[in-house]
Design a protein around this ligand. Structure first.
Ligand SMILES: CCCCCCCC(=O)CC(=O)SCCNC(=O)CCNC(=O)[C@H](O)C(C)(C)COP(=O)(O)OP(=O)(O)OC[C@H]1O[C@@H](n2cnc3c(N)ncnc32)[C@H](O)[C@@H]1OP(=O)(O)O
Ligand SMILES: NC(=O)C1=CN([C@@H]2O[C@H](COP(=O)(O)OP(=O)(O)OC[C@H]3O[C@@H](n4cnc5c(N)ncnc54)[C@H](O)[C@@H]3O)[C@@H](O)[C@H]2O)C=CC1
Length: 748
């Protein structure tokens, strides 16, 4: 056992012995009606320790029944004269994942958390939290109400409520600063970051850390503190340590969250709540916490963030229109993987695979590229290992210029140029070289998976595995099943994604899949707006104020205009005459002038040098746009932010409805997870489809109809028939859309 420092405390508290009866009446509980089942277990250990075990799998969330059971069992422990101290732990090695988030969607019933924790703290018998696995949100707040905290060394602790659009509303904003100080509390509460047990010990958040049996350690502690004064152990009675530079600290924290929150309200409320802890007595601070929480709790942002939380978990329960499903498809074990092509993506994929513990054969065409890739991959692995404090997985990778080196791998991920001819050649080679049964996956960002599968002897083994750059960092993976992909191949891709700590979304095969397909109409609208009178600055500002990390033009400069140009040239969009359908050549014209974005120091903006990062408005671009408009008969008009948002976002959403209608995505959650994790859609807006629901489907339909009438040559503005059906069906809530998709005549 490692002994931690005890935080200093004021000895001013008035310990109040709470009888069992008082405890029960204080939280307003009444178990006599037998409404509540038992979701916590009571036992007596070592003669005088009452052990309460939370039992609510999978994470022992504090549901109404758990809260009630906890109150009942505390009552019991307080009423038994033999019991001198209490230990609270969680079943199955998990202390507690916090309040039950599912309950937030309905009217909250059962005893509230705040008085329950307050009274726990006031208990006359010492209460020790035995923390294993996780202590998050309300779970950590419960532990903060205990008098001692013992944690297993592998535990993660944190107050992640801000990520759900909330603040730690069960006293967390008031107790944590009192225990660990304002700077640490501000950081933990505004970011929701989890800390390890070691860091928790250093902060004073836990009293002891053990590598052994946590409950045994907690019981031992409980025995040793029985009968001792609890005066200094009740956090609510401590004074919040206030450093002399506190005002500057809060000012700086507020500026930081406003900058990074991109319009999210919860981080701001978190700073305000911690400020209350620093300036007000506990009871008044709690009042402030309650008020701030009340505003957040009913906000659209909280709904959006909680929807996104569940959506990210729901996508793992994938299904395909052909009936393949996550629960009936078994992945095949994979030990050795090959990556073909070690450019931008192949390098990141190699790193992600090696970090997941897989053996990798990394293949390039020429020695020079291979050595350069090896140097970069090794650097990435070393930096990652340094961050994690683990050895770099350098020995997991074998480099080769020979494609024959992949003969014995279980799975290949192809990441060569986005060129169908090159990719087809590679797939034919792989099909000939690899051992039978080898999965052949491609990282194409939008080419036809079926066309590639057709090059192989076993098309059922071919699946798209679309990573996002940088591949070792980005959480998202689109797993693209083709017409003939087997359910085992899809299940294996999903499993490999999980092993790499990605969130994988299974989607159907079409040009651009889900993410890039929806991006097309969004980008088109941005170009059209420039033609009609907007500037890149105006469009970007509207999108950034909406919450995107970067507007479309700043993003285009960052990723390089030449990438899209190459794709458009390959699709012959650049050379084609576009008669019925509007096409803006603005991006092509910039590329023809060598303006590829940041890499050339010029794009939609200007930069001080090639590779420069600070975008400045470019007078050349403005006069170029003026000449362009004059030559092509566009009359510049005033465009406001609202039009930018409606044109760009509603066109993207409309494509999302088409994707649902085509069954390329199996539900709106899939699209929303892809957009939040892969395209920096502001998380507090839930995702494009959730946002559509928030705006109102009728309004989206009405606006699309309006803009389509004005621009009949832009087919992407024509409202999708699914959107019309949903409106005709009485605008059902988002979780019921799938019923309308599956049964278009449904009246729900
Ligand atoms: C005015 C009203 C006043 C109200 C006062 C409220 C005061 C508060 O302070 C509010 C809170 O506590 S909010 C909750 C804070 N806790 C969290 O954010 C932790 C969320 N969970 C996790 O991070 C991971 O699940 C975790 C790290 C725990 C486990 O990760 P795993 O990767 O092992 O497992 P997952 O796949 O994430 O989860 C397994 C299943 O459990 C569900 N779940 C997780 N946490 C939950 C929670 N807190 N409540 C309800 N369900 C929860 C999760 O959804 C998943 O189930 P499925 O969705 O069916 O797959
Ligand atoms: N760059 C990005 O942001 C993203 C790219 N992708 C896709 O990933 C794939 C690769 O893209 P990047 O890495 O950006 O391209 P890149 O041009 O940076 O790298 C491609 C690499 O493949 C190598 N290569 C070409 N033919 C080969 C062969 N026959 N055998 C072995 N190596 C070969 C090239 O030498 C080059 O190093 C493309 O399909 C692209 O659409 C997908 C998601 C994002």
């Amino acid at each position: 056992m490692i002994f931690g420092r005890y935080p200093s405390r004021d000895k001013q508290d008035k310990a109040i012995a709470v009888s069992a009866k008082k405890f029960r009446s204080a939280v307003g509980s009444d178990t006599s009606n037998g409404l509540f089942g038992n979701m916590a277990l009571y036992s007596r250990v070592s003669g005088s320790v009452g052990l309460i075990t939370l039992q609510n799998p999978p994470v022992n969330a504090l549901s109404a029944v758990v809260r009630q059971s906890l109150i009942d069992l505390m009552d019991r422990a307080l009423s038994e004269p033999e019991v001198k101290s209490v230990v609270i732990c969680g079943q199955n090695g998990k202390f507690c994942g916090g309040a039950d988030i599912k309950e937030f969607r309905s009217d909250m019933t059962g005893p509230p958390l705040v008085p329950m924790i307050d009274r726990l703290e006031l208990s006359s018998k010492p209460v020790v939290a035995a923390i294993e696995g996780v202590a998050l949100g309300g779970g950590l707040e419960l532990a903060l109400g205990c008098h001692y905290r013992v944690a297993h060394s592998k535990t993660r602790l944190g107050l992640p409520e801000v990520t759900l659009g909330l603040l730690p509303g069960a006293g967390g904003t008031q107790r944590l600063p009192r225990l660990v100080g304002i700077p640490a509390a501000l950081e933990l509460i505004t970011t929701g970051r989890h800390v390890t047990a070691a860091e928790a010990l250093q902060l004073g958040l836990v009293d002891f850390v053990t590598d052994h049996n946590t409950i045994e350690a907690a019981v031992k502690l409980a025995l040793s503190v029985a009968g001792k004064s609890l005066d200094s152990r009740r956090i609510s009675t401590c004074k919040c340590p206030r450093p002399p530079y506190a005002d500057a600290l809060f000012e700086e924290a507020m500026q930081r969250v406003r900058r990074s929150a991109r319009g999210a309200i919860a981080p701001v409320a978190c700073v305000q709540a911690v400020h209350a802890a620093a300036t007000l007595p506990f009871a008044r601070g709690m009042e402030q916490e309650k008020q701030l929480m009340a505003t957040l709790f009913t906000s659209g942002q909280a709904r959006a963030l909680q929807y996104q939380f569940f959506a990210q978990r729901a996508v793992s329960r994938w299904s395909t229109p052909s009936g393949a499903r996550w629960d009936t498809s078994k992945p095949r074990p994979v030990h050795k993987v090959a990556v073909i092509g070690l450019g931008t993506m192949g390098r990141g994929i190699t790193v992600a695979l090696a970090q997941a513990g897989l053996s990798v054969v990394a293949v390039e065409t020429h020695e020079k590229q291979l050595m350069e890739a090896k140097r970069v991959v090794s650097g990435m692995l070393e930096r990652g290992a340094k961050r994690l404090g683990a050895p770099p997985a350098l020995d997991k990778i074998n480099y080769s210029c020979e494609i024959q080196a992949v003969a014995d791998v279980d799975l290949v991920i192809e990441a060569v140029f986005e060129d169908m001819v090159v990719k087809k050649t590679v797939f034919r080679q792989l099909s000939a070289i690899c051992k039978p049964g080898t999965f052949l996956f491609t990282n194409t960002s939008g080419l036809d998976i079926d066309e590639l599968a057709a090059q192989t002897r076993n098309p059922e083994l071919v699946v798209g595995m679309h990573f996002f750059a940088p591949a070792h960092v980005m959480k998202l993976l689109e797993v693209v099943y083709g017409r003939r992909s087997s359910s085992q191949a899809v299940a294996t891709a999903m499993k490999i994604g999980k092993n790499m700590d990605k969130i994988s979304v299974a989607v159907g095969n079409c040009s651009g899949f889900v993410g890039n397909r929806m991006l097309r109409p969004y980008l088109d609208q941005a170009f059209f707006l420039l033609e009609e009178g907007a500037t890149p600055e105006l469009v970007d500002q509207a999108l950034e104020e909406f919450g995107f990390a970067m507007g479309v033009f700043r993003m285009s400069d960052l990723s390089g205009l030449d990438i899209g140009w190459k794709v458009r040239k390959a699709k012959e969009m650049v050379s084609k005459t576009h008669q019925d359908c509007r096409y803006s050549p603005l991006g092509d014209l910039l590329c023809e002038r060598g303006r590829f974005g940041q890499k050339t120091g010029r794009g939609w903006y200007q930069y001080d040098k090639p590779g420069g990062r600070v975008a400045k408005p470019d007078p050349w671009l403005h006069s170029f746009l003026e000449k362009y408009r004059a030559q092509r008969g566009f009359v510049a008009r005033r465009i406001d932010h609202q039009e930018v948002l409606e044109r760009c976002l509603y066109a993207l959403i409309n494509e999302g409805f088409r994707i649902l209608e085509d069954r390329i995505a199996s539900g709106p959650e899939d699209i929303d997870v892809i957009y939040v994790l892969g395209y920096s859609w502001p998380r507090h807006r839930g995702g494009p489809m959730f946002y559509a629901q928030m705006v109102g489907l009728s309004r989206i339909l009405e606006k699309l109809e309006y803009y389509h009438q004005l621009h009949l040559d832009i087919p992407s503005l024509q409202p999708c028939s699914l959107l019309r059906k949903l409106v005709a069906n009485g605008r059902p809530p988002i979780h019921k859309w799938v019923e309308v998709i599956k049964n278009p005549h449904s009246h729900l």
